[in-house]
Design a protein around this ligand. Structure first.
Ligand code: A2P
Length: 276
């Protein structure tokens, strides 16, 4: 018998360290700091999102903090992720600054944003941030299977999460399998291909068949793989649409058709190109 990685309500995932991450989150990459980011995050919280994903590199942690305070939603009800910008030297000093900007005393998840300068140098600082109580869980982002093994080799604890570019068109099956084998939860960023996948013919056909939108189909494809997913939108009606993914199912055939869209060759790599 395999133990379900999901929480009892089916809307969250239990991480290897015992903490729980909601399967649906709002991603705020490319959301402009200030009124745009504050209203985007406030709408999401009003519409029931309880998971917000930001990063030091996005420059909008302060706005996320403002939205959280203004929303009146208790801090402990919201799962907050931020990411260490690996151009900085020290994950501990950097998260102290994040906490000040977010106006919280801890984040739920702190990730190395990408493996700049190698996969392992920042990991001791990430573990230290966790020991100090600054982050409940720590993990990585944009790490390949090989890089995951490097971190696991040097660490006291393994990364709880590897957040990567993942969708039916970037299926990266071998990396998903590698994460599973190492009890690392794969989390999907750019689940809509930054909007590009919404016009895909097969995605649209499946959407018509199930009576849902292309965005909902792409997000549901992740959820059905127990993969937490963080779509970005700055439009209230789309934020609402993207949250309505727990009341329908894709059939095995739908899933197979979507799986076949993979353009990565089922790779165990996280990225086709690096940007650093
Ligand atoms: P916008 O922010 O203007 O609403 P990803 O999550 O893969 O990064 O994709 C984000 C992109 O997809 C953004 O350009 C966003 O536009 C767009 N988007 C997000 N949700 C929807 C939706 N439900 N319908 C159409 N476009 C969407």
């Amino acid at each position: 018998m395999t133990i379900s990685p999901l929480t009892a309500d089916g809307r969250g995932r239990v991480l290897a360290d015992g903490n729980q991450i909601p399967l649906l989150g709002l991603g705020v990459w490319q959301v402009t700091s200030g009124p745009e980011c504050v209203s985007t995050v406030r709408w999401a919280l009003e519409l029931g999102y309880r998971h917000i994903d930001t990063a030091q590199a996005y420059g909008n942690e302060e706005s996320v903090g403002t939205a959280l305070l203004e929303s009146g939603v208790p801090r402990d009800d919201v799962f907050i992720t931020t990411k260490f910008f690996p151009g900085d030297p020290d994950p501990v000093a950097a998260v102290e600054e994040s906490l000040r900007r977010l106006r919280v005393d801890h984040v739920d998840l702190y990730l190395i944003h990408w493996p700049q300068g190698g996969a392992t140098w920042a990991w001791p600082g990430m573990e230290r941030a966790r020991e100090l109580g600054y982050a409940r869980s720590v993990g990585v982002s944009n790490f390949s299977a090989t890089q995951l093994d490097e971190v696991i080799g040097v660490g006291t604890i393994a990364p709880a999460v590897n957040q990567i570019n993942f969708s039916s068109l970037q299926y990266r099956k071998a990396l998903l399998e590698a994460c599973k084998q190492r009890s690392v939860a794969l989390e999907a960023y750019s689940p809509l291909g930054t909007g590009r996948h919404l016009g895909n013919q097969t995605v649209r056909l499946v959407a018509d068949r199930v009576g849902r939108t292309p965005a909902q189909v792409l997000l549901r494809w992740c959820i059905q793989r127990d993969v937490p997913v963080i779509p970005k939108s700055t439009h209230r009606e789309r934020i609402e649409e993207n949250a309505d993914i727990f009341s329908f199912q894709l059939s095995d055939e739908d899933m197979r058709e979507l799986d076949a869209l993979d353009e990565t060759g089922g790779t165990d790599r996280a990225l086709e190109h690096t940007w650093w």
